[in-house]
Design a binder for this molecule. Structure first.
Ligand code: UDP
Ligand code: MN
Length: 263
């Protein structure tokens, strides 16, 4: 049995997951979207009505010291974000809940997708990829090809893996500067590379327009600022992608072509 999965810990990401669920339906995805959710999050009933499997999920065990080091204030002070802004509703501690995915052992394979991403073409093929497959963290320059982005990945749930991960996660003084992403990159140093088209980070649109080739784009990932934020500094640069996200959310037709601005 296969499933797509995402993570939702507050109302903002529940809205994101709604767009993701609708995007998967739009491209006739063969598997349902399982939503790992913090219990009591507003919007979960609506996600169920959307056809999602909502699974209430706890946090992996993390010591008080670990949580303090990875709190929003501490993470932003220790390793500031210089390329873009994280919305106020983003809590870095919640990112570690992605690891709970390895406990969903009734599934043979799971394709995880961040709640701030949408599929624009069918990606069922990803279920044929091995653990651990992910795309590069490409959004500024090709120098980042060797880094991994944890917004889309293929995993094989296993309690054994989960336990081994938890043994590594919280050791004295450890600081995972980009939370689950840095942890997974370190846990799977020889991760299999998916083509970047399976996780096209929105900044590619204005930073690397040569790599924006609409017919090849399979997943658009709105890293940093979210398309549903009322105001954000990159709104004008990203206008066509924000429009795309709303069209998917609202079930309106999407453009046949989306071109990056001439540089
Ligand atoms: N997430 C969440 N609540 C939070 C932070 C993160 O539900 O407070 C989930 C959500 O699925 C989100 C993912 O974890 O898409 C990773 O965070 P985000 O996408 O904001 O990080 P970015 O892609 O900007 O690095
Ligand atoms: Mn994301």
């Amino acid at each position: 049995m296969f499933a797509y999965a995402t993570l939702v810990t507050n109302a903002d990401y529940a809205l994101g997951a709604t767009a993701l669920a609708r995007s998967l339906k739009r491209v006739s995805a063969a598997c349902p979207l399982l939503v790992m959710a913090k219990p009591g999050t507003p919007g979960l009933d609506e996600l169920e009505a959307e056809g999602c499997i909502v699974r209430e999920t706890g946090k992996p065990a993390m010591s008080t010291a670990f949580q303090a080091r990875h709190s929003r204030a501490s993470q932003h002070a220790r390793s500031p974000f210089t390329k873009g802004e994280k919305p106020a509703f983003h809590d870095p501690i919640d990112n570690f809940m992605k690891l709970e995915l390895w406990r969903l052992t009734e599934y043979e394979r799971i394709v995880f997708i961040d709640a701030d991403a949408i599929a624009v073409r069918n990606i069922d093929k990803l279920f044929g990829y091995p653990e651990f497959s992910a795309a590069p963290n490409l959004y500024e320059s090709l120098a980042d090809m060797h880094r991994m982005n944890s917004g889309v990945f293929v995993a094989q749930p296993s309690e054994n893996t989960y336990e081994r991960m938890l043994e590594r996660l919280d050791t004295p003084d450890v600081f995972w500067r980009r939370t689950d992403q840095t942890f997974l990159e370190s846990y799977y140093p020889d991760w299999h590379g998916l083509p970047y088209t399976y996780n096209v980070l929105q900044y590619i649109f204005f930073n690397q327009p040569d790599l924006w080739h609409w017919p090849s784009v399979k997943v658009v990932h709105y890293q940093y600022e979210k398309p549903w934020q009322r105001d954000h500094p990159k709104r004008d640069l990203l206008a066509p992608l924000i429009d795309l996200w709303y069209r998917v959310l609202e079930g309106r037709p999407i453009p046949e072509d989306i071109r990056a601005p001439e540089q």
